[in-house]
Write a protein that binds this ligand. Structure first.
Ligand SMILES: Cc1cc2nc3c(=O)[nH]c(=O)nc-3n(C[C@H](O)[C@H](O)[C@H](O)COP(=O)(O)OP(=O)(O)OC[C@H]3O[C@@H](n4cnc5c(N)ncnc54)[C@H](O)[C@@H]3O)c2cc1C
Length: 339
């Protein structure tokens, strides 16, 4: 692992190597551009993108109506998976379909208007508790973030992108002189993909931090497909991963983890007596209106983030949108520009 940026100044410098930064590095690298990425920690091990498992489910929110952005994100992920496979890389992406279980009759009735497969309670595997039925999004799936980030890094490196891990950008001066923990860096265009990290000293857009947890449980259950919703979950290598919680308090307390397990047990009854083997806690950054931010802060200085709970679903699509704008110099002014 290289730890000291050096050599010719790159045209594009990405700060932050979560899913946003790695997706952008991959897209710019594929376009043959000179790119350098600086990450304060290790790729796949830091920030919200180190979440153990992630869903790609476009039927989000209470109404479960898939937005244009979420569908564009899902389709872009399907393409990315194919591209990475063609390069011989395993991105840990699983196209299993995703089940959303209705919490009550009212919700089920609302979902009946959606153009997605409707399931009666009797059509849902008995592994799940689904007395009101649900919906099944056959084209959705889940992924292993660590594998995806490593695949993106490997593919980008093959195109000449340079990654520097364990290097933190500390200050930024006009003319794009960045002071890092490993020396001074310069670039023509700088893109901050720093997630919810506290970066005092940089004038980055406002976002709201929203914490959440994922627990891994040892349970003798087979989950035929993952579940989505306020609580989401999937199975990988014998462990059941359940995620959720939206809390403003950033540090979890024992009661938060207990509550997550309790809520999870409503959907999968057999989880009740199973042991929690891992707890992961992280912070998503979200904007006030829940829309991702692809913002030009100053000429040639960009911010890409505030991805909320859909960073893995949408980053690759958004990285393509941003890459186009970076190359053509156009501004993104309307949220429709994101699709
Ligand atoms: C509990 C939970 C469950 C989630 N589940 C899902 C899901 O199922 N599906 C989904 O699509 N999304 C999910 N998300 C959301 C997803 O994890 C985030 O949207 C996404 O990871 C954000 O990526 P990012 O690259 O913007 O930020 P991050 O992953 O936080 O990356 C930012 C990176 O920037 C680096 N950095 C910061 N400052 C500096 C600096 N000064 N110098 C150098 N590097 C710096 C950090 O070290 C970090 O690695 C979930 C999030 C949480 C918390």
């Amino acid at each position: 692992m290289t730890s000291k940026p050096a050599g010719k100044r790159p045209r594009y410098l990405i700060v932050g190597g979560g899913i946003a930064g790695c997706s952008l590095a991959y897209v710019l690298g594929q376009a043959g551009l000179e790119v350098r990425l600086i990450e304060a920690g290790e790729i796949g091990k830091t920030g919200a993108s180190s979440v153990p498992m992630a869903l790609m489910n476009p039927h989000r929110g209470r109404m479960a109506r898939a937005s244009e952005l979420d569908l564009a994100g899902l389709h872009a992920m399907q393409e990315l998976d194919q591209d990475l496979r063609a390069q011989g890389l395993d991105a840990g992406i699983h196209w299993t379909g995703v089940l959303r279980i209705a919490s009550n009759e009212k919700q089920r009735k609302k979902w009946a208007k959606l153009t997605v497969q409707q399931l009666e309670p009797s059509e849902i595997s008995s592994a799940y508790h689904a007395p009101f039925g649900g919906i099944f999004s056959a084209e959705a799936g889940w992924l292993e973030p660590d594998k995806l980030l490593r695949a993106l890094k490997q593919a980008a490196e093959a195109k000449g992108v340079q990654f520097f891990e364990n290097v933190r950008v500390q200050t930024l001066e006009t003319g794009f002189k960045l002071e890092t923990t490993a020396g001074i860096e310069e670039a023509d265009k700088v893109i901050f993909c720093t997630g919810a990290s506290e970066n005092r000293g940089f004038d980055l857009p406002e976002f709201e931090p929203m914490a959440g947890d994922v627990i891994a449980l040892e349970a003798n259950i087979t989950m035929p497909y993952p579940i989505a919703g306020a609580i989401y979950g999937m199975q990988n290598k014998g462990l059941i991963y359940m995620g959720g919680n939206h809390r403003e308090r950033l540090e979890p307390e024992a009661e938060d983890i207990e509550r997550l397990k309790e809520s999870s047990s409503w959907f999968l009854k057999d989880l009740k007596d199973s042991a929690i083997t891992q707890v992961w806690s992280g912070i998503r950054a979200k904007s006030a209106d829940n829309k991702p931010l692809l913002t030009e802060l100053h000429p040639n200085l960009w911010f890409f983030g505030a991805l909320g709970g859909r960073g893995f679903l949408c980053s690759y699509h958004l990285a393509n949108v941003l890459a186009k704008k970076l190359v053509t110099g156009e501004l993104i002014t309307e949220s429709e520009d994101l699709v």
